[in-house]
Design a protein around this ligand. Structure first.
Ligand code: AHR
Length: 486
């Protein structure tokens, strides 16, 4: 292996380590929000344990309220006196009644408590230009206007700062089944009326492609100027076969290999969309935002199929680790990513059961990787050994960054059978090993409510001498090594 700390690939914006939270299953209700009268410790109804967990991984940005839910969400139903808030049916996710007790004020307070940027996904599919324009005014206008006055009446004097604004979600699918040309025209109109009030500067995000859909990207990029959109989104889930997703916990080695192989598609998709974006935007003024990614398995037996609740094992940890390495390596074009989802849905970082909360193996990967946030991604070469014959997956996934004189290297050994010996020359970087940490377990291992610490980060043995990092990674492991320059 080889690292050149002077060869910069991009800047790893902290937003690459973002999460996504939707009104889906128990993500918001029960997961993030329990209401002020709950015996579960909370601040204005927001779970303290979940806030603390988000702070631990330095969660930089949280996307809300969907997902598919975003394009049927009408924000005015979620403000004001809770008893009077309109109820609605969540048609996408289980047909449950949504009481709108968690709305704009609750979400913005959550972000303030966590210390993260809010990322609002606006409704283009079933909303109106006026509705979205007024939401921006409600949140960000400091002067005298109907929306700003309404915000004050609802208890919030000062405007919030809102940077990230998505305009529509999956408008090629649940967000309206649109053709790209039609969506583009709608987007251009909607974004024109989303204004920058006072010192607030919106970073507007257009709906981008699903997976490898190059045509969508081509049409959207051709029709956008950097003043109209600063980002376009990409959604990619690790699902080898949509008709047979399989269990999150019970799988054989062949399924594991298929999952890891599929996760590596993220690299191909980003490369393909970046090539298109490079043609229309060689100056990188429009960022690629992977605002939904992660594994998607069958729901846990006995749970509501519309709630997408799945357990999280070391297999998920390996997917998270290699995906984040891919995102770091593409940080010249990728400026944000949001794993789906934060709590109790799909590849969640935390799971809750009543008053209990556990941190999943995926959470621990975010914890292991957090020092990459705001670092410069640097050249890191590893031999291209494939996990299996004909697989696109590499056995060893890596990325490296430098921040404040410290080199951070993260590695995932995806083999289930073989250790990986690391001899990594770091050019012109005299220094000393500051820390070495590992997450490793048998691939099916998970944390559950009876054994919440089963999978956890442990100290690890490694050396750094004469510019060479040496370590031996056990099978199915994720490692973080940090070297401080001297
Ligand atoms: O994350 C679950 C769903 O997956 C989202 O609502 C939607 O955007 C995507 O299809």
């Amino acid at each position: 292996m080889l690292i050149n700390p002077e060869d910069k690939l991009g800047h790893i914006r902290r937003e690459i380590y973002g999460n996504f939270s939707e009104h889906l299953g128990r993500c918001i209700y029960g997961g993030i929000y329990v209401g002020e009268n709950s015996p579960i410790p909370n601040i204005h109804g927001l779970r303290k344990d979940v806030i603390e967990a988000f702070r631990q991984i330095r969660l930089p940005v949280l996307r809300w309220p969907g997902g598919c839910f975003a394009d049927e969400y009408h924000w005015k139903d979620g403000i004001g006196d809770k008893a009077g808030r309109k109820r609605m049916v969540n048609t996408n996710w289980g047909g449950v009644v949504e009481d709108n007790s968690f709305g704009t004020h609750e979400f913005m307070e959550l972000c303030e408590l966590v210390g993260c940027e809010p990322y609002i996904a606006g409704n283009l599919g079933s909303g109106t230009v006026q509705e979205l324009s007024e939401w921006v005014e409600y949140m960000t206008f400091d002067g005298v206007s109907p929306m700003a006055e309404a915000r004050r009446r609802n208890g919030r004097e000062a405007p919030w700062k809102l940077k990230y604004l998505g305009i529509g979600n999956e408008n090629w699918g649940c967000g309206g089944n649109m053709e790209p040309e039609f969506y583009l025209a709608e987007y251009r109109r909607y974004q024109s009326f989303c204004k920058n009030f006072g010192g607030n500067r919106l970073f507007k995000i257009a709906c981008g492609p699903s997976g490898g859909d190059a045509h969508w990207t081509e049409v959207i990029m051709r029709g956008l100027r950097p003043d109209m959109a600063q980002g376009i989104s990409l959604h990619f889930y690790t699902v080898p076969e949509w008709e047979h997703k399989g269990s999150a916990r019970v799988f054989d080695d062949a399924e594991y290999l298929r999952t890891i192989d599929c996760a590596w598609l993220l690299d191909e998709h980003i490369t393909k969309h970046s090539e298109i974006m490079n043609r229309y935007d060689p100056e990188h003024r429009i960022g690629l935002i992977v605002d939904e990614w992660g594994t998607w398995f069958d729901v846990e037996p006995g749970t509501n199929p519309g709630f997408l609740y799945q357990q999280n094992t070391m297999r998920d940890a390996m997917v998270a680790a290699l995906s984040l390495n891919i995102l770091n390596r593409h940080s010249r074009r990728v400026v944000m990513a949001n794993i789906a989802q934060a709590v109790n849905v799909l590849q969640a970082v935390v799971l809750t059961d009543g008053e209990k909360m556990i941190k999943t193996p995926t959470f621990h990967v975010f914890d292991l990787y957090k020092e990459h946030q705001d670092g410069d991604a640097v050249y890191c070469y590893a031999a291209d050994d494939r996990l299996a014959e004909g697989s696109r997956a590499r056995t060893l996934s890596t990325s490296a960054s430098v921040k404040d004189g410290v080199l951070t290297l993260t590695l995932a050994n995806c083999s289930l059978t073989d250790a990986a010996r690391i001899d990594c020359a770091v050019s012109r970087f005299p220094g000393k090993l500051e820390s070495a940490r590992i997450l490793t377990q048998e691939v099916h291992a998970c944390n559950d409510f009876d054994d919440p610490e089963n999978v956890r980060i442990e100290p690890f043995d490694a050396t750094y001498e004469n510019g060479v990092l040496r370590a031996e990674l056990p099978p199915c492991s994720v490692v973080e090594l940090r070297v401080r320059a001297e």
